[in-house]
Design a protein around this ligand. Structure first.
Ligand code: NAD
Length: 512
């Protein structure tokens, strides 16, 4: 049985929320409305806020467009100075923002701090990038001509974000968009508005200090219909939407229909292959963090272990043992590793998935039960579950956003790769192996079809330096590091003729 902690009182949670928001520059006492902000820690209402409506979107986008006309003319390294200042403010307020993340979405303190650290990291990355928005020069086929590509600011970027990374995903987009010369309108998850308001307030402070136009960053707290209005607005050049595949299926065609650009970061159903040569100690540690961390509520959460038949029993045994020792409870208490699910619907989805898995031939070998109900009826804590399956049935191919880990056997590497790839999603994957040739096959063109492919490490916990995103129903978008910035800029191909003649390309003769 997992160790379980006491939950804090509602008064304590409200006090912490007021204090953390206030420290970031959000005065909750003078900002009240009719929409309750809940905490998954014990079901308490932390505050009540007003929401924007779809009717507000026109005005906000217009202001973002006006700010864009100024911001695009500011030299990129000077734009970087804004992001640099924002990064330093995030460092100063790391604990405050982390507290709000824990209070609103139930992340344990270490992971909430990790989310803020990721925001600081992307700011540092973007500051460097502000001096490296390189174009290419290529040889022209015509004498006395220069051929080159230049990159220019794109316009207004609409950011729609999910509850489980309530601030980091916005910062990935915003830090890059700002140095690229774009302005940003953010529609955060309606489940984490205080984290959003505090993050946006810190950026506003940086904007004021460096003298940038106030409207380069704007916030629209509201329901999905506000997101829809942003998606449909022709003044929004790029929509970067992170959330469920259901949301992406609605957003993608609407943006495409008006010839806008989109970056879609959607659901995952991530797997780790465990080969016979794998270091099983490493597997247990890597798998438990990837599968049970954030209570199974990361897009990169490990949902399937595909273990070689010769080691599958041992893998199941060591995971069951580790799962039995996971401390569950108050995410802000020291030592807790598993916090709450976000809401009762998530618990319902988990219960239904476990029932379906059992119906489809699976056996729940660890966890799966609800805990702490007697302390807080409106909070949803569960023991992360391990389910042994003989094959990949229908339920295993779905993303259930809760801590369920299916363990499946395989006989050949080819079969393991086929199982890894036989799901609609394509976000993250890994292989644990001591055999380099096997690792190379998994990484290669006949290997995993995911956007993230790892060796001897779990599927979650990506660094900001690489491009982040996935294939198939994960949406195909890429954010964060590497060359992802290209999506936030407009490319122009330029031909400069300094020859005094007018030779045409491909030798075309058009003399009159
Ligand atoms: P969700 O799809 O319910 O909501 C995400 C956001 O989209 C919210 O801000 C919501 O208000 C908005 N929204 C919903 N419907 C919309 C519509 N029709 N038009 C415009 N906006 C709309 O997702 P969630 O429950 O907050 O987050 C969990 C999901 O997000 C999981 O599927 C997870 O895998 C995914 N996720 C993906 C990534 C990634 O990078 N691939 C990262 C984090 C989360």
């Amino acid at each position: 049985m997992s160790p379980i902690s006491q939950l804090p009182t509602s008064e304590e949670l409200v006090r912490r929320a007021d204090q953390a928001a206030g420290a970031c520059g959000v005065d909750l006492a003078s900002w009240r409305g009719e929409h309750a902000v809940g905490s998954p820690i014990n079901g308490a209402t932390l505050h009540s806020l007003p929401w924007a409506t779809a009717a507000d979107v026109d005005d906000v986008v217009e202001r973002a467009r006006t700010a864009f006309r100024v911001w695009r003319t500011v030299p990129a390294p000077a734009r970087g100075a804004l992001v640099q200042r924002f990064g330093r403010l995030l460092e100063e307020h790391e604990d405050d923002l982390a507290a709000l993340i824990s209070l609103e979405v139930g992340k344990i303190t270490s992971e909430a701090r990790g989310e803020v650290q990721e925001m600081i990291d992307i700011c540092d990355f973007a500051v460097g990038l502000s001096r490296q928005l390189y174009g290419r020069t290529m040889p022209s086929e015509r004498p006395g001509h220069r051929l080159m590509e230049t990159w220019h600011p794109l316009g207004v970027v609409g950011v729609i974000s999910a509850f489980n990374f309530p601030s980091a995903v916005w910062s990935w987009n915003t830090a890059i968009a700002l140095v690229c010369g774009d302005t940003v309108v953010w529609k955060p998850s309606e489940l984490a508005p205080l984290t959003a308001a505090a993050s946006a307030a810190l950026l506003q402070r940086a904007i004021g200090e460096v003298g940038a136009p106030a409207d380069v960053s704007q916030l629209l707290i509201g329901a999905p219909d506000v997101g829809e209005a942003l998606v449909d607005h022709t003044g929004v050049a790029l929509v970067s939407a992170t959330g469920s595949t259901r949301m992406g299926r609605a957003v993608g065609p609407r943006v495409a229909n008006r010839f806008g650009r989109s970056i879609l970061e959607l659901g995952g159903n991530n797997a780790a292959v465990v080969a016979p040569s794998a270091d099983l100690g490493l597997v247990a540690r890597g798998v438990v963090f990837a599968a049970a961390g954030t209570a199974g509520q990361r897009c990169t959460t490990l949902r399937r272990v595909i273990a070689h038949r010769s080691v599958v029993d041992e893998v199941v045994e060591s995971l069951s043992d580790a799962y039995g020792r996971l401390p569950i409870g108050d995410p802000m208490a020291e030592g807790t590793l598993v916090g709450p699910l976000i809401h009762g619907r998530a618990l319902g989805a988990m219960t239904a998935a476990l029932d379906a898995a059992t119906d489809q031939g699976g056996t729940v070998v660890a966890g799966g039960a609800r805990v702490l109900e007697e302390q807080a009826a409106d909070a949803y804590y569960v023991q992360p579950a391990v389910v042994r399956m003989e094959q990949q049935t229908e339920i295993v191919t779905q993303e259930t956003f809760a801590p369920i880990l299916y363990v499946l056997p395989y006989d050949t590497l080819e079969e393991a790769i086929a199982i890894n790839n036989a799901v609609p999603q394509g976000l993250s994957s890994s292989i644990f192996t001591g055999d380099q040739a096997e690792a190379e096959v998994f990484l290669g063109p006949e290997g995993s079809d995911c956007g993230i492919v790892n060796v001897n490490i779990g599927t979650s916990g990506a660094e900001i330096g690489g491009a982040f995103g996935g294939e198939k129903e994960t949406g195909g978008g890429r954010e964060s590091g590497s060359d992802s910035w290209h999506a936030y800029m407009r490319r122009a191909t330029n031909t400069v003729n300094y020859s005094g003649e007018l030779p045409l390309a491909q030798g075309v003769d058009f003399s009159v």
